[in-house]
Design a binder for this molecule. Structure first.
Ligand SMILES: Nc1ncnc2c1ncn2[C@@H]1O[C@H](COP(=O)(O)OP(=O)(O)OP(=O)(O)O)[C@@H](O)[C@H]1O
Length: 363
C-alpha cells in the first residue's frame, strides 16, 4: 500500500489479494521491505538501466532530471522506484495522488511549497481533476503556476515561479493520460510483470529481512503463486510465515508453503477466491460464455469494475478468459483448471479454447 491516504475503493483495488489480512502491521512491514537504492531493486532491467542513465546524466550536469512517468499494474514497484529516485538524487520526496487533489488550489498549494530539486510523486495521475491537470502542464514545462484570484470577470491570474523539481507520475492506465500530459514527461518507464525467478529473489530478500528461514523450493512455491507481482509475493510470504510459525517450527519449505496457501485459498496458479468465483460462474452458469461483464459481475456479487480491473487482467494473462466484443468467454484451459468438462457440442464451450477473430469460441 502506498504510504498516503487514498479512498477505500482504491485501496480495495490495489490490495486485492488477501485484502482482509492487509492490516496496519502488514503495511508497516511492506514499507520496511522496500528496496532503498536502484541496485537493490530486483528485475525491470530495462526501466532500471534507462532510469539510471537519466539520473546519472542529471547528476553530472548538476541539473534536476526530467519528469518521469511510471506505468504498469499495481504492486510492481512504482512507489518504490519514486522513493529510489529521490534517494539516488539525495533529494526530498513529497508524495500525493491524483484522487487526493480535488481542486487546482490543492495542487497549487503543494507545488508552491516544493523546494529546489524536490521529487514530487503523484500516484494515479490519471485520476486528477481537469483544472489541476491543466495547472500541472504549466508547472511541468515552465516551473510556474497561475494562481487565480477572484471570481468571474474580475478574476486575475497571478503567476507564481516555482523552483525546479522532478515530477514522478505513476499510473496503472497510461492510455487514459491526455497526450499533452504524457508528452511533458521526459522519460516513461513501462513496468512489466515479474518473471518467477525474479519473484523468487524478492521472496528470498524479504525472508532475510523478516528473519524467516525458507528453502529455494519454498520460495519458488510462493513466487509461482504471486501473479508476477512483488507486493503479492511479499504478502503471501507473510501469510506463509504465520502458518509456519503457528502450525510448525517456522521453517518454510515447499510443503509448508503449499499447505499455507491452500488455507488462504490461493491456488497453485495464483488464482484467489474472486478469480475462481468469476471462472466458476462463467463455466457453470453461462456454459463458458459469451456473457456480458455486468451479468458476470452480478453472478459473483461484485461490482463490474472490480471484476474488470481486479480479476480479469490476471485471468486474461493466464489464458483462462478472453474478452470479446460479444462478451467474456472461458478458454479450454479454464475448464481444465477447474476440473470441469465443457458441455458436448456446445458452440459456446470454448473448445479448444481460443476465441476466433469474430469473438466466438472456435469449434
Ligand atoms: N523490484 C522490486 N524488488 C523488491 N521488492 C519490490 C520490488 N518492487 C516492488 N517491491 C515490493 O513490493 C511492494 C509494492 O511495491 P510498490 O508499493 O512500490 O508498488 P506500486 O507499483 O507503487 O503499487 P501501487 O500502484 O498499488 O501503489 C513494496 O513493499 C516493495 O517492497
Amino acid at each position: 500500500m502506498s504510504p498516503y491516504d487514498s479512498d477505500p475503493a482504491d485501496r480495495l483495488r490495489a490490495d486485492q489479494v488477501l485484502a482482509a489480512a492487509a492490516d496496519g502491521e502488514d503495511q508497516a512491514v511492506e514499507a520496511a521491505l522496500r528496496p532503498k537504492l536502484l541496485d537493490e531493486f530486483i528485475g525491470q532491467e530495462r526501466v532500471r538501466e534507462q532510469l539510471s542513465l537519466v539520473l546519472q546524466a542529471a547528476r553530472k550536469r548538476g541539473a534536476t532530471p526530467d519528469h518521469v512517468l511510471l506505468s504498469g499494474p499495481p504492486g510492481l514497484g512504482k512507489t518504490t522506484l519514486s522513493m529510489i529516485i529521490a534517494a539516488e538524487l539525495g533529494a526530498p520526496l513529497r508524495i500525493t495522488s491524483g484522487p487526493a487533489i480535488q481542486h487546482a488550489g490543492d495542487l497549487a498549494a503543494i507545488l508552491s511549497s516544493l523546494t529546489e530539486g524536490e521529487v514530487l510523486f503523484l500516484d494515479e495521475i490519471h485520476r486528477m481533476s481537469r483544472p489541476a491537470e491543466e495547472m500541472l502542464y504549466l508547472a511541468m514545462e515552465d516551473f510556474r503556476v497561475d494562481v487565480i484570484v477572484g471570481k468571474g470577470p474580475g478574476a486575475t491570474a497571478i503567476p507564481l515561479e516555482l523552483p525546479p523539481f522532478t515530477l514522478v507520475g505513476a499510473t496503472t492506465r497510461a492510455g487514459l493520460l491526455p497526450p499533452p500530459l504524457r508528452d511533458r514527461f521526459g522519460f516513461t518507464g513501462h513496468m512489466e510483470f515479474y518473471a518467477p525467478s525474479e519473484l523468487e529473489r524478492v521472496v528470498h530478500r524479504s525472508a532475510a529481512l523478516l528473519d524467516v528461514q525458507i528453502d529455494p523450493a519454498g520460495a519458488a512455491e510462493i513466487a509461482g503463486r504471486s501473479r508476477g507481482t512483488p507486493r503479492i509475493a511479499n504478502r503471501l510470504l507473510r501469510r506463509v510465515r504465520d502458518y509456519a510459525q503457528v502450525r510448525h517450527d517456522g521453517v518454510v519449505d515447499r510443503e509448508i508453503a503449499a499447505q499455507a496457501l491452500a488455507v488462504y485459498e490461493v491456488d497453485a496458479r495464483g488464482l484467489d477466491r474472486l478469480d475462481r468465483a468469476v471462472l466458476d460462474a462463467l463455466l457453470r452458469l453461462f456454459g463458458g460464455g459469451p456473457v456480458g461483464l455486468s451479468t458476470l459481475a452480478v453472478a459473483v456479487g461484485e461490482e463490474a469494475e472490480t471484476v474488470e480491473e481486479v480479476a480479469e487482467p490476471f485471468l486474461v494473462r493466464e489464458g483462462l478468459l478472453a474478452r470479446t466484443p460479444r462478451g467474456r468467454i472461458a478458454t479450454a484451459a479454464a475448464w481444465q483448471h477447474l476440473g470441469m468438462v465443457p458441455p458436448p457440442q456446445s458452440p459456446r464451450g470454448a473448445v479448444p479454447g481460443q476465441p476466433d477473430l469474430f469473438g466466438g469460441a472456435s469449434s
